[in-house]
Design a protein around this ligand. Structure first.
Ligand SMILES: Cc1cc2nc3c(=O)[nH]c(=O)nc-3n(C[C@H](O)[C@H](O)[C@H](O)COP(=O)(O)O)c2cc1C
Length: 212
């Protein structure tokens, strides 16, 4: 058995998305002693930004005529898909950046979609997947930034509707409370949101461990 874990935070220390993913991973590891976790840290070790163009054009070019860059990009996309297909469960930790997904996560998704294996049917049909996603601010109904989170719905669309994963989302908002003094009035609320996120992570980890 194996778990594929992808981290998209640009931080290592103090990352809220990693904290949630760590809780989920601990459950999986303790339920599968001796099994392994395959990791990819696209926030700190980004995929090449130009790989997607080369993978798309490479896919349209007969193999023998591909450039070196196209060959490398097609191979990279295949490796990313192998990581997903070979895993029994998937764990993604993805922060909100600039009201959307980072170029890192978009490049990863775009590259995966170039691989021809996704054309035969949903790549992750029924595979258990936990998405840990965090936001510095708050985007709930009635807040000034309601509707400004252009990441979560997009990720759900890809993971659940395009790739067919059995998706559980664990969310945490207001991670910048305690960092940005302008948000100090939300300290109690942020503490409660944090506790709820860790509890949701605990439950998601239990379910993931048993499902895979
Ligand atoms: C460059 C950058 C852009 C960010 N953009 C947003 C944003 O648009 N909305 C938001 O709510 N938080 C934003 N944040 C805050 C992050 O979502 C927040 O710090 C989150 O906890 C980061 O994930 P991590 O703790 O796992 O690193 C941004 C942070 C950085 C560094």
């Amino acid at each position: 058995m194996s778990l594929f874990r992808l981290d998209a935070s640009i931080k290592i220390e103090g990352s809220a998305s990693r904290e949630i993913a760590d809780v989920v991973e601990e459950h999986w590891v303790s339920h599968h002693p001796g099994d392994h976790v395959v990791r990819r840290h696209i926030g700190t070790e980004p995929l090449p930004a130009d790989a997607w163009t080369a993978a798309v054009t490479g896919g349209m070019t007969p193999e023998a005529e591909r450039t070196e860059a196209q060959r490398a990009a097609v191979a990279l996309a295949a490796q990313l898909v192998d990581e997903l297909l070979e895993a029994d469960a998937v764990l993604l930790a993805v922060p909100l950046y600039n009201f959307g997904v980072s170029q890192h996560i978009k490049t990863w998704i775009d590259l995966v979609i170039t691989d021809p294996r996704g054309k035969a049917g949903p790549l992750l049909a029924g595979k258990p997947l936990v998405l840990a996603t965090v936001r510095g601010g708050a985007y709930g109904e009635g807040t000034p930034r309601e509707g400004w989170d252009h990441s979560t719905a997009y990720l759900r669309r890809i993971l659940e509707d395009v790739w067919g994963a059995d998706l559980t989302v664990v969310e945490r908002e207001f991670t910048l409370v305690g960092v940005n003094p302008a948000l100090d009035e939300f300290t109690d609320l942020a503490r409660q949101i944090h506790a709820e996120a860790l509890s949701a992570a605990d439950e998601a980890g239990r379910v993931l461990a048993k499902a895979s």
